[in-house]
Design a protein around this ligand. Structure first.
Ligand SMILES: [Zn+2]
Length: 350
């Protein structure tokens, strides 16, 4: 995640301003579940809310907080507020800042090298529980932000549930999730749910343009309308022309088109390409690529089969044994699916 804790103010993500104001003015639940599509800003809203609740301004009305200048707001910006704790997987902690204290390292990969855990583990939850049991240092209560909440493994989630069921008096919890169905139902049921929607395309395109992104509408389309996902791809170096060239290059079996991309992005891009090629083969408009970029003439059945294969692969995409070799194989399959001419398909049916 590129937006750091220092960038929590909703002015950075303008579509969060209204939900932030509403939540500050109306939410009194001790636990809130902020959910919505990934890239819409659950974590940023949670941080802005936490900062707003902890804000010590005597002049700024509640709905307009955080003030960004009081001592409490400055501590949040400096990642050192004593009453705010971020519970996040070790693998994400560097980019979020201010997370729970040091715990034992994660598992090992095949080479025996230690890897940061992508889960929130029970020892980390225990650090958070201990945090909730101490008195608020600045007298405005305490806040625990859990991001992403679905990354708590089962043991961790059960340990967390006990605190959620019997919360200490002045602690509030903010759970962020892009996959609320993956949470324990008992955790979901103890939270007030607050759904975030994607900004309208015009607002998201304007925001991306402000970030200096060229041809923002194409990258927004590539990200299914999720502006922060679009920004992440742009910052990684995937620009509009690389995205638009992808269908042709995959149809040519050109693996270099995807070289260096994180594997989940490779699979995501191929799934989107497959989706759009199948849509066009069925006479429907594409969703993620401009229509002119989809030049393949693959037949629908081959594309649907490829889509099923990609879906199966996507479920294992974070397994450590999946290597670059998989990308070659996926592109080879893509080439075949995109190039199976419809006339050939008809001949086969005869
Ligand atoms: Zn303040």
């Amino acid at each position: 995640m590129r937006t750091s804790v220092a960038d929590v103010a909703a002015e950075k993500l303008p579509w969060l301003a209204a939900p932030l104001r509403r939540a500050l003015e109306t939410q009194s639940a001790h636990a809130l579940l902020l959910y919505g599509p990934s890239g819409v800003g659950q974590f940023e809203l949670a941080m802005a809310l936490a900062q707003g609740w902890l804000c010590e301004s005597s002049t700024v009305p509640i709905g307009a907080r955080p003030c960004s200048v009081c001592a409490s707001c400055r501590l949040v910006h400096a990642h050192s507020h004593p009453d705010l704790l971020i519970l996040a997987p070790e693998a994400m902690r560097g980019s979020l800042g201010g997370a729970a204290g040091e715990v034992e390292e994660g598992g090992e990969d095949r080479s025996g090298k230690k890897k940061p855990s992508k889960e929130i583990r029970v020892d980390e939850v225990r650090v958070a529980v201990a945090f909730t049991l101490t008195t608020s240092a600045r007298g405005r209560g305490k806040v625990v932000v859990v991001h992403p909440a679905e990354r708590m493994n089962t043991v961790a989630a059960n340990a967390f549930l006990k605190t959620l069921e019997e919360p200490p008096g002045d602690v509030r919890f903010l759970l962020c999730s892009a996959a609320p169905d993956a949470l324990l139902p008992t955790i979901r049921s103890r939270c007030q749910a607050l759904m975030l929607r994607l900004p309208v395309p015009a607002e998201a395109v304007a925001w991306l343009a402000q970030q200096g992104i060229a041809e923002p509408a194409i990258l927004l389309g590539a990200s299914g309308g999720q502006p922060q996902e679009a920004l992440a791809r742009a910052e990684f170096g995937i620009d509009a022309s690389a995205w638009c060239a992808l269908p042709r290059r995959v149809a040519e079996g050109d693996v270099s088109a995807l070289r260096g991309w994180p594997l989940p992005w490779v699979v995501d891009a191929l799934q989107k390409l497959c989706h759009d090629a199948a849509s066009m083969a069925a006479g429907a408009p594409p969703r993620y690529f401009p229509a002119a970029a989809i030049s393949g003439s693959g037949d629908l059945e081959s594309l649907l089969r490829y889509g099923r294969d990609l879906g199966r692969f996507a479920r294992h995409v974070e397994h450590p044994w999946i290597a670059d070799l998989s990308v070659e194989s996926l592109v080879a399959q893509g080439r075949e699916a995109l190039q199976t001419p419809r006339s050939l398909r008809r001949n086969r049916q005869i």
